[in-house]
Design a protein. Structure first.
Length: 231
């Protein structure tokens, strides 16, 4: 089963959290931004599978976010707005949005539309049973990890974290997202726990754990895997 990520962009914090809750219940990894500048940073760095984008945003509005995103990415975009005029809907579609939802809306409807767009955009995409990370190979079905042909002994939690990161190379996962995906819930001290697991993983999979090439830290955000490098 593919785990998709969604970026929710809305300056209404309560609405953004409500959408986040519904998407997470449906199994998505969720990123949230409350202004257009932060949204563009996450689109570039975290590479979400789909973006739910409000039009009325501080710093950079949704129209401009959509235009800029389209210059460098084909990520599907659903635009949110309080306006219900046909010209606004057409404008959004003309600058590259894939769908348009008018407020007030049902969060379930937004999730359903996202699911439909993703099914169309990623039709035929399946999660590989063997993931490659440079000289490290991860066999999902057999639950085995090898480096340079030699088996590595990973704990179940370490394997889940490595599988999550390696399944989406280049995508940044926050510590909270990692613990929620791996454990299914958050708990006190989860950040320190995830850091400890990543430290152990690096010691096992990296050629030089002090200069990590595969599992990289994105300061202020979390971790990502870079797979297209040779140790």
């Amino acid at each position: 089963m593919i785990t998709y990520s969604v970026l929710i962009v809305d300056d209404d914090i309560k609405l953004a959290e409500l959408l986040k809750t519904y998407f997470e219940k449906d199994g998505y990894v969720v990123l949230v931004a409350h202004d257009g500048s932060r949204a563009l940073d996450l689109i570039r760095d975290a590479k979400p599978d789909i973006v739910v984008l409000d039009i009325m945003l501080p710093i950079i509005d949704g129209w401009e976010v959509c235009r800029k995103a389209r210059q460098e990415s084909d990520v599907p975009i659903i635009m949110l707005t309080a306006k219900d005029e046909e010209t606004d809907r057409l404008s959004g579609l003309e600058i590259g949005a894939d769908d348009y939802v008018t407020k007030p809306f049902s969060p379930r409807e937004v999730v359903a539309r996202a699911k439909t767009i993703l099914r169309r955009a990623y039709k035929g995409v399946v999660k590989p049973e063997l993931l490659k990370m440079g000289r490290v190979s991860i066999d999902i079905e057999r639950h085995e990890v090898k480096k340079n042909g030699e088996f590595l002994e990973l704990t179940p939690t370490e394997f889940k974290i490595l599988e999550l990161l390696a399944s989406s190379p280049g995508r940044v996962f926050s510590r909270l997202q990692i613990v929620e995906q791996v454990q299914g819930y958050a708990f006190d001290g989860f950040e320190r726990t995830i850091d400890a697991h990543v430290k152990n993983l690096r010691r096992k999979v990296e050629e030089n754990p002090k200069e990590a090439r595969y599992i990289q830290t994105v300061y202020g955000v979390g971790y990502k895997v870079v797979s297209d490098c040779d140790a």
